[in-house]
Design a protein around this ligand. Structure first.
Ligand code: ATP
Length: 482
């Protein structure tokens, strides 16, 4: 199946099974805004909980905070966002659509990469087991040509972006003959800068309202609180502050579902450390992206940045207050350096979904859709299913559920055939189902079905909690990190 079709199916699946809905759906949606449904919120909460615990629970020197979305407007001057948090935009005069110039060029780079991948795939099919990819790529003329063009374009693009050279970006679009995907024309305007921050006002106009921004990153809330936390928590360097919260960016291009939203959530951790200039100089200003292979290509999910002492120094300068760290051992005061990890909750959610979504051919010729989510992240851990809606089976099922619901998320379902109910549980990634039948009343045993293997075994009711709890808890995932 083409990757594009896989992605469409995942988006449709998210809506059909209560994971993600378009925002303001009954009003035909709002661009790049999405709402999480009953299953989406559970999965999202589990992702957040896993991240939070892996940071704060497992590290003695990392603590968390929850700072406000609204911040003093000077914060964004100090951070550089007012002057420099821009994307280069370009309009097509025929379609009247607006694009990010850098994204158009990145798509063009990806096209060269796709051409190479197609050549490789064709050759692999032709040569079978004897295929040597490395040799093929260094000798096939079409691959070499595309690689050369891709590398030259990438170099030009990188230089233009680093120099913030809008004219050079425009020239690349013209030279590469990039067309508008909608109108198919090359009737482009020049490239302009566009600030991504949302602006609003606090206070009524009568009081003299002042302009304020919705935070475009959660990190600044950590920077302005770093000394409060350090002092009250008696933290010693190196230490970290973690935060999960909403961020807002007026993204120019709304596409790729929850990958690029105007309101999204970040999980950020700033780790403050002593910076030895000689030894660590090469670390300064380093940045690395962690990418995941989405159905639309490798894309950034997490950014890791060495922000040096830039943010803290700027806040000192703009606030006029000393926020230096006092080292009791050396009796010195200094501004620490900062390493940041910043991951988007929604992009993590999308990566997990894309990885989990599976269409499986069964022995009986049917196809089942199953979300192979890690059990600890699954929205529902156990489906509780009475075989029929009579003979006291629903009552027995409720009794079992009332015991287990305190330990993990259970869902009771009595409608439709058992087969249909299993399929619905598979479609939302429920790792276990139990079926309550007539033997349950006699022997106090149930059928326990495993989502992935679809095997069923008879187990005593009193063993259910022990069998399931450990496998579905976040603790089981956290232990794998140690
Ligand atoms: P991109 O280049 O894709 O716009 P970015 O480099 O601007 O991303 P950062 O500023 O490094 O992103 O933000 C850190 C993380 O926040 C990203 O790795 C991503 O997971 C998430 N993120 C950023 N912008 C968005 C958005 N518009 N929608 C969803 N998640 C986002």
């Amino acid at each position: 199946m083409a990757q594009e079709d896989v992605f469409k199916k995942i988006v449709a699946h998210c809506k059909e099974y209560g994971f993600v809905f378009p925002g303001s759906d009954i009003y035909d949606g709002l661009g790049a805004v999405y709402d999480y449904g009953q299953n989406g919120v559970e999965l999202k909460n589990n992702i957040k909980q896993y991240w939070w615990q892996s940071m704060v629970l497992l590290h003695e020197n990392i603590v968390g905070i929850d700072s406000a979305v609204f911040m003093h407007p000077t914060v964004w001057k100090a951070s550089g966002h007012v002057d420099a948090f821009n994307d280069p935009l370009i309009d097509n005069r025929d379609s009247k659509k607006r694009y990010r110039a850098d994204v158009l060029i990145e798509d063009q780079i990806a096209k060269y990469e796709e051409k190479i991948e197609k050549e490789v795939a064709k050759a692999r099919k032709r040569f079978g087991d004897a295929f040597d990819e490395a040799q093929f790529c260094t000798t096939n003329q079409r691959v070499i040509d595309n690689q050369t063009r891709r590398d030259a374009l990438h170099k030009r693009y990188e230089e233009a972006m680093n120099a913030n050279d809008l004219k050079a970006l425009y020239q690349i679009i013209i030279d590469e003959e990039i067309v508008d995907p909608i109108s198919g024309t090359r009737n482009w305007t020049e490239v302009r800068q566009f600030n991504l921050m949302f602006k609003t006002e606090v206070g009524s106009t009568a009081e003299g309202a002042s302009a304020i921004y919705l935070r475009p990153e959660t990190a600044q809330g950590i920077f302005v609180n770093y000394l409060n936390v350090q002092k009250t928590g008696r933290m010693k360097l190196p230490f970290g502050i973690a935060q999960i919260g909403k961020a807002f960016r007026n993204e120019i291009v709304a596409r790729q579902f929850i990958f690029r939203m105007r309101e999204f959530e970040q999980m950020e951790m700033e780790c403050y450390r002593f910076h030895d200039h000689e030894k660590l100089a090469h670390y300064a200003n380093a940045a690395t992206d962690i990418e995941f292979k989405m159905p639309f290509g490798f894309k950034e999910v997490e950014g890791i940045h060495s922000r040096t002492d830039y943010d803290l120094r700027r806040h000192e300068e703009f606030s006029g207050k000393s926020i230096k760290y006092f080292d009791p051992e050396t009796n010195e005061s200094y501004t620490p350096y900062d390493i940041e990890t910043s991951i988007g909750v929604d992009r993590m959610f999308l990566s997990v979904m894309c990885h989990a979504y599976t269409e499986e051919k069964l022995d009986n010729g049917e196809t089942r859709v199953v979300l192979r989510l890690p059990a600890a992240l699954a929205p529902v851990k156990l489906a509780v299913l009475p075989l029929v809606r009579k003979d006291g089976l629903p009552e027995k099922a409720r009794e079992i559920m009332n015991e287990l619901k305190f330990h993990f998320n259970c869902k009771y379902e009595e409608k439709d055939t058992i087969g249909k109910r299993y399929r619905r549980a598979d479609a939302i990634g429920t790792p276990y189902c139990i079926t309550i039948d007539h033997d349950t009343l006699k022997e106090n045993t149930v059928t326990l079905r495993d989502r992935d293997t679809m095997t069923q075994e008879r187990v005593p009711v009193e063993q259910l909690r022990a069998l399931i709890e450990d496998k579905v808890s976040i603790t089981s995932l956290l232990k794998q990190l140690q």
